[in-house]
Design a protein around this ligand. Structure first.
Ligand code: FAD
Length: 376
């Protein structure tokens, strides 16, 4: 059986960023990425808001806070160095009425604790200068929140992996089992024609996104006990008509409600100027990316609380993504799991589980963290 140094499961933005960093760091090694789909970013990495987040929402000391703030800086540098389309469009977290001001002040304080050092509280007159058409009495302005072309970002990581002679990517290659012999991992995969084969490696990196709780089970780890069980939380988007999109200059977020599993239906803009509402958040038991047109009223109701110029017919079904959450409907907010399983008797096995938002923003920082553990 052939053997390589590292196998990465998953060619989403996390697996690709990690493999690109490993290829850069270990020019003499052999690093393989496997994905069951025909192209990179088939799932969550292509179905998100494409926002480069600031990092103000996440709990003190969490990996989400640390890797978002570090990752944002690294991502902007990477975009500038490699001409990845992006824009520092800026974001407003608004108070729609006075009673919401304490909530946004709390977010600004948490942002300062997390090292987001450019947040500014602005009053109604300042909000109106930036966004003359929205309803708000105050806001936090985050100038370094941005948007990015995530497809071009992943295409660049892919090119970095394939440009040397130490990396390869196997699309339409599904990993179906892994065994640890005590000294190496034997990975079983199904190729494009259904043929089953095996490849050995010293390091196994699980970046399987929505299915990342399956891999630890193959190696005898109990997903529920380890806190790896994934719950799928769907988020739908509805677009705002082109003429009304032009009335918005920033990303605009109302304060998150306490019981929410997402951060509430907000407005994002894409690099081509289109505005979208979303994502919503609801638990599902299968992965599909349909948008239910029946949800239009819910989006319209959320929008008109702060976008009075939006009419019902301006709102149309757009796209959907699914979050790989490790919190059940009754759990408190949970952090990313990024763990080397040496303590569980599995040296060389690294799990990346529950990499929901801000995973895109944090991707390069996550890749560096993981590559820092790998010894070849
Ligand atoms: C609605 C929504 C909005 C979001 N908005 C933002 C945002 O604005 N900014 C931000 O920073 N983050 C955002 N995120 C989070 C971000 O999109 C994710 O953190 C990130 O895309 C996760 O990437 P990944 O590589 O871990 O997962 P994925 O992109 O899902 O990649 C995992 C890959 O593993 C493959 N795979 C799985 N099992 C196997 C197997 N057995 N064999 C082979 N291949 C396998 C899959 O085919 C898939 O391609 C959002 C997420 C959602 C759902």
């Amino acid at each position: 059986m052939d053997k390589i140094d590292v196998i990465v499961i998953g060619a989403g933005v996390i697996g690709l960023a990690t493999a690109a960093e490993l290829c850069r760091k270990f020019p003499d090694a052999c690093i393989g990425v496997f994905d069951k789909e025909q192209q990179f970013g088939w799932h969550t990495s292509s179905r998100n808001s494409e926002v480069i987040h600031g990092g103000m929402y996440y709990p003190t000391g969490s990996l989400k806070a640390k890797l978002c703030v570090e990752g944002r800086q690294l991502l902007y540098e990477f975009c500038e160095q490699h001409q990845i389309p992006h824009q520092r469009i800026g974001k407003l977290i608004i108070a729609r009425e006075d009673s919401e001001i304490p909530a946004i002040e709390g977010i600004a304080r948490q942002g300062a604790i997390n090292g987001v050092d450019d947040l500014v509280m602005i009053d109604k007159a300042q909000v109106m200068k930036l966004e003359p058409h929205i309803k708000a009495v105050a806001a936090i302005h985050s100038p370094s929140t941005g948007i990015i072309d995530s497809h071009k970002l992943m295409a660049k990581f892919e090119a970095m992996i394939l440009s040397g002679d130490n990396g390869f990517i196997g699309y339409k290659h599904e990993i179906v089992g892994v065994e640890y012999t005590g000294s190496e991992y034997i990975v079983t995969y199904k190729g494009p024609d259904g043929q089953v084969d095996q490849l050995a490696c010293d390091w196994l990196i699980n970046a399987a996104g929505l299915w990342s709780d399956v891999v630890p089970g193959w190696l005898g780890l109990d997903a529920a006990k380890e806190g790896y069980k994934i719950y799928w939380v769907k988020g739908e988007y509805f677009s705002i008509s082109a003429s009304k999109s032009k009335l918005l200059n920033h990303l605009v977020y109302p304060p998150p409600l306490k019981a929410l599993v997402g951060i509430g239906i907000h407005v994002t803009k894409s690099l081509d100027g289109r505005a979208r509402l979303g994502p919503s958040a609801f638990y599902v038991d299968s992965v599909n990316y349909d948008v239910d047109p029946e949800h239009q009223q819910q989006f319209y109701d959320a929008a008109r609380l702060y976008l009075p110029f939006v009419e019902r017919d301006d709102v149309a079904p757009d796209m959907a993504g699914v979050r790989p959450k490790i919190q059940s409907p009754t759990d408190p907010q949970k952090d990313f799991v990024i763990r080397h399983e040496a303590a569980n008797g599995l040296p060389g096995f690294i799990n990346l589980v529950g990499i929901e938002s801000p995973g895109l923003t944090a991707a390069i920082a996550i890749g560096r963290m993981v590559a820092g553990w790998v010894e070849i």
